[in-house]
Write a protein that binds this ligand. Structure first.
Ligand code: H2P
Length: 826
């Protein structure tokens, strides 16, 4: 194996797992040792939480040598590394995954049993870190898992937020309540804080000229301290690093102020510095904290770039940084880390004395940009005045980049009015997506359709001027966490069907299940696995949410961040119309198909309509679940605090998955992939990766409805009037009337008035226009569900044909199309 990548498919199934490094007895001793010397409890005193910490540390120790070796090979070898710069890494619980990848699962199970515990209780004792909002952060976590599993040297770089995404509960009125997520209150055994590899990050002040050189004199600095997480590859014997920065103050404590009894003032500098890594920003929230958010972005990016120079040029005072792009390639995960482009320019010019052109050459070669959205408002635009205040030198550099850019466009013969539209810096606005597109080598969208729309619409001018920069990499998910760990029953069945477990590192092998879809016995086994997962979820739901779920109903799920474009409101309107039909006796006894509908979604705290939608779902759920007329026929649950743990339990139990965003709005979706891989059928629109999923699994195994992108555009152009759709479909009219007349608000007609008004007069994402086709397709869904063998055959074909959606494949595509690197030599 060599590190020369181009064109080479990376497969590591031929690498055999390391021989189990310890026996169960030895592993139990290692846990005992950790209990004794680091937890300071006897095995008799130990609680599940103690054993969790001890076992985690024991596993971490097992990974240490592979981690050191990977680091050494990364620095000494000639394989370019990948730096994944991301404001979010939504990792999920670590222990089980680390055990799997270290090959220690069986030893662990036996060891903790020998200590008198149930393995599940130990695994459950872990507190899930919530350092991400949704798909974007989870994608980053899948990607670093895949890179390590492929043996590609990589660093994840981000922020160790003290508080991750808020914890969500609902009050007695069904409103979302946000409480801080104190994930670090207990001992966290995975992150190692490394005070000796800190970086200084500065802000504010002014730029002066000294001997003909620009010199930035910052006003204040914070200390960026790395917290290292191990990222073990599955059977690759490689362990990469996730380095999350935490902010500390250089002036911990002002003794003078303290001695004057100004106790609060004494800790002010500390608070100011530590605020930077205090909290993860909920996406799409209002303008609050813009300044702090920019501080966060610059903080982690500046620290990471300096860290990479430290790692790759150890001890060199005058490193030859023209080789930097051969050492590491940085992926900008959305616009959040884009300030890295002017920062690398500043480092090269101000700190290492390179001239502008050389610095620009290095910078452009170093960065690539992934866009994750089609909503213009989600592409960050910073006020230049704010950048000027916080990062005055960077603003100068951005200005100059923009000048150079405009000159370049003129040279290319681009028309003036086009250049006007493309400006990176205009008025008081700095457009980070434009800066990223110009400042890096490649730009990619995250599904075929999305990448096409980026080229045709969102970044059209750029794609016209720089067609070669644009490419697509369709997202993927890691089969280790989302099949093997989440769905052990299905994993065993797949292995049985294929006669090998190699599919876990080569997911295309799932294709081998296609012929088995013709084998009724196998399909029945598959159905039995689903039923067992439903059964387990019933217990999970009882334990975690205190709800009773009937496992003999269709499990129908919609879980994702709450956003109008994702159209949770379309789903709840359908549920209401189904409820109304049942109430009115419009559905004959034979036609009734008992369903349980699960929602899981967090709304950004400042997003009013999203929060009102949650409240509505909760209250619809209350009314339906307490109505004896529909008992056993329809149930609705809004599960609180959707997170990775819930996903791992709910997805394998789901039979029907909802991917119903307005066409042209969901960049990709990754939940859709997880559901298909776990044998759910999808009802969805032609949006994001749904398009490719449908192509792979076959149109006949996917419930398609709704307008296409072109139809949506045409309707916007013709003038969209949602009220027309309301009048035209009595099912829709009835559903909206029930919301408006107070059925779900104890008669209060005002409770949902803003939602109703929005539906009837605006409905920007056209839920009403798609309602009829969505409601119509339900008959088809229900008909198929009545034939369990056929339903499960199709579900199995979804599994068999979704191997493409492995994040290993996504990584291979990035390696080939963007990063031009590959695995470390053995
Ligand atoms: C976002 C997009 C998804 C995409 C994901 C990863 C921002 O996730 O909207 O379509 O799959 O990034 O590329 P989310 O909506 O879950 O926050």
């Amino acid at each position: 194996k060599t590190g020369n990548y181009p064109g080479r498919k990376v497969r590591m199934t031929e690498i055999t797992a390391p021989k189990s490094p310890v026996t169960a007895e030895q592993f139990a001793d290692e846990i005992r040792e950790q209990l004794k010397y680091t937890q300071n409890v006897t095995p008799e005193q130990a609680t599940a939480a103690d054993v969790y910490v001890a076992a985690s540390k024991a596993v971490r120790n097992h990974l240490a040598d592979a981690w050191f070796k990977t680091q050494a090979d990364t620095v000494n070898g000639d394989t370019k590394a990948v730096g994944y710069l991301s404001a979010e890494f939504l990792m999920g619980k670590q222990l089980e995954n680390a055990l799997l990848n270290a090959g220690l699962t069986e030893q662990f199970d036996a060891a903790v049993e020998a200590l008198g515990f149930q393995p599940k209780d130990i695994v459950d004792a872990e507190y899930e870190p919530g350092l991400g909002n949704g798909g974007l952060g989870r994608l980053a976590a899948c990607f670093i898992d895949s890179l390590a599993s492929l043996g590609v040297p990589a660093f994840g770089y981000g922020i160790q937020y003290k508080y991750g995404i808020f914890k969500q509960t609902f009050d007695e009125n069904g409103k979302q309540v946000e409480t801080p997520d104190y994930w670090l209150t207990n001992e966290e055994p995975w992150g190692h804080i490394d005070y000796n590899r800190d970086q200084k990050v500065s802000f504010g002040g002014e730029v002066v000229e000294e001997n003909g050189k620009k010199v930035w004199k910052p006003a204040w600095s914070v200390r960026a301290v790395p917290v290292d997480y191990l990222v073990p590859g599955y059977k690759s014997q490689r362990v990469n690093t996730l380095r999350l920065w935490t902010a500390k103050s250089y002036d911990e404590f002002d003794l003078l102020a303290f001695n004057k009894s100004e106790y609060l003032d004494a800790v002010k500098p500390q608070v100011k510095a530590e605020n930077i890594s205090k909290i993860l920003y909920p996406e799409d929230s209002t303008k609050v904290g813009k300044e702090l958010r920019l501080e966060q972005q610059y903080f982690f990016v500046s620290a990471s770039l300096h860290d990479a120079i430290r790692v790759f040029y150890p001890g060199e005072a005058k490193p030859d940084l023209t080789t930097f792009p051969n050492k590491i390639t940085f992926q900008l995960n959305d616009t959040h880390p884009v300030i890295g482009i002017p920062e690398l320019m500043r480092i090269l010019i101000d700190e290492y004395d390179y001239d502008w052109d050389t610095a620009w050459g290095i910078t452009q070669k170093t960065f690539n940009y992934t866009c994750h959205t089609l909503l213009p408002e989600a592409l960050e635009v910073w006020p230049a005045s704010l950048i000027g205040e916080l990062l005055p030198r960077h603003l100068e550099i951005i200005k100059k980049i923009n000048e150079q850019f405009e000159d370049e466009l003129k040279d290319k013969g681009v028309a003036d009015e086009t250049i006007e539209r493309m400006r990176i810096y205009t008025g008081d606005a700095v457009r980070m997506a434009y800066l990223a597109t110009y400042g890096g080598s490649h730009v990619n969208g995250v599904a075929e359709l999305h990448s096409q729309l980026l080229k045709d619409v969102t970044l059209k001018d750029f794609s016209d001027a720089y067609p070669d920069k644009f490419t697509n990499v369709t997202n993927g998910v890691t089969p280790r966490r989302f099949i093997k760990l989440a769905n052990p029953g299905l994993s065993d069945l797949i292995t049985e069907g294929l006669g090998t477990d190699k599919w876990l590192s080569d997911l295309d092998l799932l294709q081998g299940l296609v012929p088995l879809a013709k084998d009724d016995e196998f399909v029945k086994k598959f159905a039995a696995v689903k039923q067992a997962n439903k059964h387990s979820f019933v217990a999970f739901a009882k334990q975690h949410y205190g709800i009773d779920v009937d496992e003999n109903t269709l499990f129908n799920t919609m879980v994702k961040r709450l956003h109008e474009y994702k159209r949770q409101s379309l789903k709840i309107l359908l549920v209401i119309s189904q409820y109304a039909a049942l109430k009115k006796g419009e559905v004959s006894a034979e036609e009734i198909l008992p369903r349980t509908v699960f929602f899981g979604a967090k709304a950004a705290p400042g997003y009013y309509l999203a929060k009102l939608t949650i409240e509505l779902i909760n209250n619809v759920s209350k009314v339906i679940n307490n109505d004896p007329d529909v008992k056993g026929k329809l149930a609705v649950h809004m599960l609180p605090n959707y997170n990775i743990e819930m996903a791992q339990n709910l997805i394998p139990a789901t039979e029907l998955d909802e991917q119903i965003s307005q066409a042209g709005k969901e960049a990709s979706g990754t939940g859709n992939m997880k559901f298909a891989l776990n044998g759910a059928l999808t009802v969805g629109t032609l949006d994001g990766a749904n398009v490719e999923i449908r192509e792979k699994v076959g149109a006949e195994n996917f419930f398609l409805f709704g307008m296409t992108v072109d139809e949506v555009e045409k309707l916007y152009a013709d003038g969209y009037d949602p009220a027309k759709y309301y009048e035209a479909d009595p099912r829709l009219k009835q559903a909206i009337e029930l919301v408006a007349n107070g059925t779900f608000s104890n008669g209060d007609r005002n409770a949902y008035a803003p939602l109703v008004a929005d539906w009837l007069t605006k409905d920007w994402f056209m839920a009403l226009a798609d309602f009829s086709s969505y409601a119509d397709i339900q008959a088809q869904i229900e008909k198929l569900y009545r034939d369990p063998l056929e339903w499960n055959r199709k579900a199995l074909l979804n599994v068999a044909n979704s191997g493409y959606f492995s994040s290993d494949r996504s990584m291979e595509d990035y390696l080939e199309r963007i990063w031009h690197t590959g695995p470390l030599a053995d």
